[in-house]
Design a protein around this ligand. Structure first.
Ligand code: BG6
Length: 449
């Protein structure tokens, strides 16, 4: 049963959605399919236009033919060669109630492109969406923010982190703050550890030259994993307003202290296209950190991510402390309770409990209480880019990362990048963890949802 409507997804009126770097992979794989769904759902009106911009020369027809979308929607697609002349071109097609510019470009060109947009005459009428990576360390992120803010204020900038738009990630705050039964135990009195794990089966594929300059810490931890950690650990915001949520997330980022790090690289990585033959870039990273605040002092946090592993899966787990006096003396003591947020491939929240095994003896058994999206809701889960684009159109910053968040996250990881000896692992295997006996067995929940 739906009982409260907290925000509408639709952006009414005529919009212009401009994709800079429209001949690239992201436009084809993610942006255009997402826009097509938004059009079908009426979140983009039929008089809105999608304009691809790039250095390649295409006619509108050639551009339209690059995408597998309906003919109706194809007619809303246009192409403009380069930024010069774009203002007049759009003026002729307008007026628009809102305009978003999606920078689907190499990060090195973000700053120059923003300047070009300004020089072309675009002002407060546009919102600019910027893909990650946003900088490659604190200094470069700070400089990038500075150069963007020279032309456009923060309220026009939308730094995307597609993990924030995943349905299960959006649900973290709802689960925590719309249910009163959890808050009392969400702290160092009850939680033994927090664990976040993001496994991928694919290697670097076609992105070797980008990834080799980044590595898992920059590519996944600085953004996706730390953002999920913020949502799991932040204090309740004073409102659902983006500014108030960002304040709480920044509070967490500021108090993070990374204690131990291990990096790994899969065998065969050095032969990947675009990878330097003597690269020591990590494709696996694992770390222990802590949050130095009142709520979480003393609770270890473990995070890990890697490519070419044995399975695709992202999970967040909270392991509860055991009760000090165990009434039910199982050989290893009563197992700890766990709350598992399954982010993907299937989404759900699982509460692991201890129950009585049926029978004459008094024997404990682990049982799961599961809330699974596929059985609880009939609606299809929207793809992250649908949500990001719809929110950018509406001007809602909630699922985007602020300049302070991104800089603070870089500050925290600056000191650990490219440090320490690499361990090597075979594709399809999980490298030996330096925290071996600690990790929740997330694979155990593979079939629960
Ligand atoms: C991207 C990273 O941000 O996230 C990729 O650059 C990674 O390297 C991807 O593969 C993972 O996203 P998802 O949604 O497939 O978990």
């Amino acid at each position: 049963m739906l009982f409260e409507h907290l925000g509408s997804a639709s952006a009414e009126g005529k919009s212009a959605i401009v994709i800079l770097g429209a001949s690239g992979d992201l436009a084809k794989r993610k942006l255009m399919p997402a826009l097509s769904v938004l059009r079908k759902q009426g979140m983009i009106s039929e008089d809105s236009i999608i304009t691809g911009v790039g250095r390649s020369k295409f006619t509108d027809e050639e551009f339209r033919d690059r995408f597998e979308i309906s003919d109706d929607f194809k007619n809303q697609l246009f192409y403009h060669h380069g930024i010069q002349g774009l203002k007049d071109y759009l003026n002729e097609k307008g007026p628009f109630q809102r305009m978003i510019f999606f920078l689907s470009l190499p990060p090195s060109s973000y700053s120059g492109t923003v300047e070009q947009l300004y020089n072309e005459g675009f002002r407060e009428e546009i919102n600019i969406v910027i893909e990650k990576p946003f900088g490659r360390d604190y200094e470069s992120a700070r400089k990038l923010n500075e150069s963007i803010h020279r032309y456009y204020p923060e309220k026009q900038i939308f730094r995307s982190d597609h993990y924030l738009a995943k349905e299960a990630v959006q649900n973290i705050l709802i689960f925590r703050f719309a249910n009163s039964i959890f808050e009392a135990s969400w702290n160092n009195n009850y939680i033994e550890s927090i664990q976040i794990s993001a496994f991928e089966t694919l290697g670097v594929e076609e992105r070797g030259s980008y990834f080799d300059q980044a590595g898992s810490i920059r590519d996944m931890i600085q953004n996706h994993l730390l953002q999920m950690l913020c949502l799991i650990t932040m204090d309740p915001p004073i409102s659902l307003n983006a500014t108030d949520i960002r304040v709480q997330k920044t509070g967490i980022l500021k108090t993070i202290e990374i204690e131990e790090v291990s990096r790994g690289q899969y065998n065969g990585y050095l032969e990947e296209k675009g990878v330097s033959p003597d690269s020591d870039t990590e494709t696996w990273a694992e770390m222990k950190l802590k949050i130095n605040n009142h709520r979480w002092a003393g609770v270890p946090i473990y995070i890990r991510t890697g490519k070419a592993l044995n399975r695709k899966g992202t999970e967040i787990g909270l392991k509860f402390k055991k009760r000090p006096h165990a009434l039910y003396n199982a050989p290893d003591g009563t197992p700890s309770n766990e709350i598992i947020f399954k982010v993907q491939p299937s989404a759900g929240i699982i509460l692991q409990l201890n129950g009585k095994n049926p029978g004459m003896d008094l024997q404990l058994a682990r049982t799961d209480m599961a809330f699974c999206y596929n059985s609880s809701f009939k609606d299809e889960i929207p793809e992250a880019y649908q949500k990001l684009l719809a929110d950018a159109l509406k001007g809602d910053h909630t699922l985007f990362v602020s300049s302070i968040e991104t800089e603070t996250a870089w500050q925290k990881i600056d000191g650990i990048m490219n440090k320490g000896k690499l361990i090597h692992y075979d594709k399809g295997c999980v490298p030996k963890s330096i925290f071996d006996n600690i990790w929740i067995d997330f694979e155990r929940y593979k079939n629960t949802c």
